[in-house]
Design a protein around this ligand. Structure first.
Ligand code: UD1
Length: 430
């Protein structure tokens, strides 16, 4: 089993290139199945979740050709099944995007119920409500969600909660429904906008993405396109916090600074210097970090996917901080692991009360999920001594070459397989 061996104590210094956004790539790949023509996608992140989705798409007859590590060509002209039930697909949350995409184009889809990170109950009632509003029959049987319709017709849909997934799924189905769909209380995340731009580049008629009202005038067919995925806001934010926690000086390159505003604001609040340029951001942490309060919110609020990373920073800051998680109900599970590294955090319901400590110490820990795993790596990089981390497969779901990019910034981190490898790493890093 692969583990990360980490020796902490080095400030991270240098430049890091940010890849394409995983959470934009997943719906864009699924939406590529909505045309019979060829789709060319650039800036695809090479991470496990996108691979799983591509495998599932291939299993129903989508022709997929990779033309480089970050570019892929898809053609869904010969789909031979509308049932997606491959083994891997249950493990990723975004499997359900094939539901919206196939329902939109073929008016029928059956997809295995989604998995993803275990961060609390992840309902899909708003997806189902949206599909039904468009005229589909939706049922769940034998672990599959089935959506089917004679015809889809535009509708006025008010989302009861702001949901990225439901907004995206309904937007895809509505893009090929008859007439106008209005989604109110829509999610405004950059990846929602990226998918709308992608669909529009295929001939869809979607307006208002990025605001809370999206208007979609259905079209009867979509055509091929060439598209470049936006940079990953969360990957960038993770490296920005890695700079802060290790007292480093890191420039994240190939980013859209506007997408990172809530992250930049919090870093400045806790005492980092943040310089923005056109497509890069430099974070310098030369002073001790200060405490603050933060609440996760839908975009443009502070992202829930950055909550573990900011908690790791605040737990090493001066004073008492409060972190409130308002999106997912069970997203503090990593706190037990961080406590093993010396953090002083009390969790009450959806709030973490954090008494900052001077430093972390290396420990034997496990990545509980994707983002918390990355946050614990940051803690280990700042810690005194060695850390060995299990379950790094979670991190590989969403970060491309995470340890390699960290090594490029001077981090002492390696993938090891055995206790002997870990001992060798310890000898080497002194
Ligand atoms: C997406 C992201 C995930 C991020 C999250 C919030 C992907 C693949 N994943 O997840 O990384 O953490 O957005 O930014 O893009 N909810 C309902 N009913 C629904 C749908 C959602 O009650 O039908 C609730 C959820 O339980 C949660 C909240 O709404 O409490 C937000 O969930 P949602 O925005 O849908 O998250 P995902 O799309 O699953």
């Amino acid at each position: 089993m692969e583990q990360y061996a980490i020796k902490g104590g080095n400030p991270l210094v240098g430049d890091v290139e940010i890849g394409g956004a995983k959470n934009a790539a997943l719906p864009i790949l699924a939406a590529s199945a909505m045309t019979d023509e060829t789709v060319y996608i650039e800036n695809m992140p090479d991470v496990r979740d996108t691979k799983v989705l591509l495998d599932a798409m291939q299993s129903i007859g989508v022709m997929i050709k990779s033309t480089g590590r970050h570019s892929v060509i898809l053609n869904a002209g010969n789909i031979n099944s509308l049932t997606v039930d491959s083994e891997g697909i249950k493990k990723i949350r975004a499997s359900y995007y094939l539901l919206g995409a196939l329902l939109g184009k073929y008016k029928h889809a059956e997809v295995a119920l989604p998995g993803g990170c275990d961060i609390g109950c992840r309902a899909i009632d708003q997806h189902i409500k949206g599909f039904r509003a468009l005229g589909a029959d939706v049922s769940i049987r034998h672990g599959l969600i089935r959506a089917t319709a004679e015809r889809l017709t535009g509708s006025h849909i008010y989302m009861d909660v702001v949901s990225v997934g439901a907004t995206i799924n309904v937007m895809m189905a509505a893009a090929m429904a008859e007439g106008m769909t209005i989604i109110e209380n829509a999610a405004k995340e950059p990846h929602v906008v990226d998918l709308a731009n992608f669909l529009n580049s295929m001939g869809a008629n979607i307006k208002g993405a990025g605001t809370d009202v999206i208007r979609i005038k259905g079209v009867s067919r979509l055509h091929g396109t060439e598209y470049t995925i936006i940079p990953d806001q969360i990957e960038a934010g993770t490296f920005m916090f890695a700079a802060a926690v290790t007292k480093g000086d890191v420039t994240v390159k190939n980013v859209i600074p506007k997408h990172l505003e809530s992250i930049t604001a919090k870093l400045r609040e806790i005492g980092c210097e943040v310089e923005e340029a056109d497509d890069c951001i430099r974070v310098v942490a030369s002073k001790p970090l200060r405490h603050t309060q933060v609440k996760t919110l839908p975009y443009p609020g502070f992202p829930t996917d950055m909550q573990p990373q900011i908690t790791v920073a605040l737990a090493m800051s001066r004073g008492t901080s409060i972190v409130t998680e308002s999106i997912f109900e069970n997203r503090f599970k990593y706190v037990d692991e961080l406590t093993r590294m010396g953090a002083n955090i009390k969790v009450e319901g959806n709030t973490a009360i954090i008494d900052g400590v001077e430093k972390y110490t290396g420990a034997s820990i496990s990545a509980p999920d994707l983002r918390a795993g990355a946050a614990l790596v940051i803690a280990a990089l700042a810690a005194e001594g060695d850390t060995i981390m299990d379950a790094i497969k979670y991190i590989e779901r969403g970060y491309e070459d995470f340890h390699v990019k960290l090594q490029g910034l001077g981090a002492q981190i390696e993938v090891v397989q055995t206790e002997k490898d870990f001992q060798k790493f310890k000898l080497k890093t002194g």
